[in-house]
Design a protein around this ligand. Structure first.
Ligand code: FMN
Length: 223
């Protein structure tokens, strides 16, 4: 299996690129959505968002990504962690002991059911104090139940993307999160398929005034 397009991060500090501080650079490599005979292969994509704001920039980014991905024929599962109740991992090592991923009785168990379905995961988060939102971080940490090797239906994610929204004008404000993302997917053995850092978006809907919506839809189309 091969990949159609591989997006690379390019952080621009001089703002010539407008709001897309890190642009999706379409570099043709090979096509993961096709089998060896060139036939389209549908992917199951888990879109995990981290903002609590309905109609906010991450929500709109997720809609654009999903439009592109479903339009291309992929199956998308969306989970809005920002509007769910998910606490952090307790490191109790009791994953899968009560017939579910986690003994904590919260909305993670809903997300846990989507994880083994996914071939790819797309993280979409606002920048909160130079990091992802707390809700996103809690959800990510709770994936631990799938790292224990005890899951009856193991995780089979192979690829990931990251989309960030922040009010900052500085590309460097995104580097902490992108570094952590790269470290995490290196540990997981996932292939990075793209990072898009969208600056100068603050109020709900600001992203609609940027050139990024089309790029995000394209990331979905080329997932
Ligand atoms: C608690 C909080 C912390 C924030 N911290 C940052 C930050 O460190 N850097 C930044 O660029 N924007 C920061 N912002 C602005 C948001 O990242 C920005 O408004 C983003 O577009 C929100 O995404 P949303 O519209 O999907 O909710 C912060 C916003 C909130 C509510």
């Amino acid at each position: 299996m091969m990949c159609r397009q591989y997006y690379e991060v390019m952080v621009s500090l001089d703002h010539r690129l407008g709001n897309c501080l890190a642009v999706a650079r379409g570099k043709k490599v090979f096509n993961i959505a096709e089998d060896d005979e060139g036939k389209f292969m549908m992917k199951n994509i888990l879109v995990l968002t981290g903002s609590p704001r309905l109609g906010g920039n991450c929500d709109l980014a997720a809609n654009a990504f999903i439009k592109g991905a479903t339009g291309a024929g992929h199956q998308v599962y969306r989970f809005d962690a920002g509007r769910k109740r998910i606490s952090g991992c307790m490191a109790c090592e009791r994953c899968w002991e009560q017939g579910k991923a986690c003994v904590i009785d919260d909305d993670f168990n809903e997300l846990a059911e989507l994880i083994p379905k996914a071939d790819m995961i797309v993280y979409i988060s606002p920048l909160y104090y130079s990091d992802v939102s707390g809700q996103m971080k809690c959800a990510v940490d709770r994936f631990y139940s799938y790292s224990t090797g005890k899951a009856p239906n193991p995780e089979k994610i192979k690829e990931s993307m990251l989309i960030l929204c922040g009010e900052t004008e500085l590309g460097t404000d995104f580097t902490g999160v992108t570094k952590v993302y790269k470290n995490m997917i290196g540990y997981k053995g996932w292939k990075n398929r793209g990072v898009l850092c969208i600056g100068r978006v603050s109020d709900k809907g600001d992203i609609l005034k940027t050139e990024c919506m089309e790029k995000i839809e394209d990331m979905g189309r080329n997932a």
